[in-house]
Write a protein that binds this ligand. Structure first.
Ligand code: 9MR
Length: 360
């Protein structure tokens, strides 16, 4: 027998989402049915938003901190950590039954101001490994971005090995990456270790070069026995700019799979700069580009997670560019609008998820 409360609850959800009421109700459920995890980036202040929290809990099975695990947010003075904000995200995930992924332990960016001079003066490896240990020993994570964006971006001048300039490269040379992964494996043997990067999703010539550089870089790590489990493909797409080339992307994903690596889509969002002022047209283009991307990556069993870089446009940063600011431009990058209504991107994701072939 159906209780009155359940009937009321069903009625309420039908009212809220009439179009989707008969079909799928959550991205995490569709993903789980196809053998992968759906999640999102979130920031600790979002957990105070009563409109948003139920959505996050209903839709996502995994969270990644947008800021709170970056070193500038954590290690306020050398060796002095403020874990409060990150603790709150982990506590929320635990209560809600979500898993966590970590972002990020070693990056050229978002480091505390004191770190660069100290590193240059001491070149002490503990400034690298000590942080990795401090974070991994405190928090249980399903996966973690051990190193983020170590390669020079597509179209920029790079060294022969493709590495970008950074405080880490200055202090230790290219070996900092191996050191970081070994330290991470020792500190958290059960956590999937990820190299996270952007720039191989699109079709331009500079992306071709970047894909080749990335494969050489990964081959180097694997040949040296570096404990790497997955490639994090950020998935920052552009609906009106440099578009995804499905054939090139498919080939690249096959190369990742051939190396025995998992593929995690870690920061999916779709920028709509350059699009028309008509919001419906922009939303459709955003949805289409995501669909073209997801259809390719989800066609490989290597792909084991999809996370969006925020679930709602309410929490997307305003553009940096002054011209866009003057236009009052608001990005429409995520599956939900600022009023927590589903957008065409949500439907495109649900359809792409549901269409994944199950390989096992
Ligand atoms: O979205 C993040 C932005 O608000 C921060 O200012 C910035 C520096 O901490 O990081 C942004 O997130 C980036 C992520 O950490 C790594 N990949 C690119 C993301 C920006 O799109």
């Amino acid at each position: 027998m159906i209780s009155r409360r359940r009937l009321l609850a069903a009625g309420a959800s039908t009212l809220a989402f009439p179009a989707q009421a008969q079909s799928v109700t959550s991205l995490k459920a569709v993903a789980a049915a196809k053998g992968f995890v759906f999640g999102s980036a979130a920031a600790s202040y979002e957990l105070k938003d009563a409109d948003f929290v139920p959505l996050l809990l209903a839709q996502t099975a995994q969270l990644v901190p947008e800021y709170e695990m970056k070193r500038d947010a954590l290690e306020i003075q050398p060796g002095v950590y403020d874990f409060a904000a990150l603790d709150s995200l982990f506590a929320f995930a635990r209560r809600g039954g979500l898993s966590m992924r970590g972002h990020t332990l070693v990056w050229y960016y978002a480091n505390p101001k004191w770190l660069t001079p100290l590193l240059a003066a001491r070149r002490d490896e503990k400034l690298l490994t000590g942080h990795i240990q401090a974070v991994l020993r405190r928090y249980p994570m399903e996966s973690v971005d051990v190193v983020n964006e170590a390669l020079a971006p597509p179209g920029t001048a790079a060294r022969a090995d493709g590495l970008r300039p950074s405080l880490w490269l200055d202090a230790f040379g290219p070996g900092y990456i191996d050191t970081a992964f070994h330290a991470a494996r020792a500190a958290a043997p059960g956590t999937r270790l990820v190299y996270n990067e952007w720039g191989f999703e699109q079709g331009a010539v500079e992306n071709d070069r970047f894909r080749a550089t990335t494969l050489r870089f990964l081959d180097g790590l694997l040949k040296r026995g570096v404990p790497l489990d997955a490639l994090g493909m950020q998935g920052h797409l552009s609906a009106f700019g440099n578009r995804v080339d499905q054939r090139k992307l498919r080939d690249f994903v096959a190369e990742i799979r051939a190396r025995g690596l998992a593929l995690l889509i870690t920061e999916l969002d779709v920028e709509d700069i350059g699009g028309p002022s008509d919001i419906a047209a922009r939303d459709r283009a955003v949805a289409d580009e995501a669909r073209r991307f997801l259809d390719v990556v989800l066609d490989s069993p290597a792909t084991q997670a999809v996370l969006t870089w925020n679930l709602s446009d309410r929490y997307v940063d305003a553009p940096d560019e002054w011209k866009l600011k003057l236009m009052g431009w608001r990005f429409r990058k995520t599956p939900y609008d600022t009023q927590m209504r589903r957008k065409p991107l949500w439907d495109a994701m649900a359809q792409a998820f549901a269409g994944r072939r199950v390989f096992y």
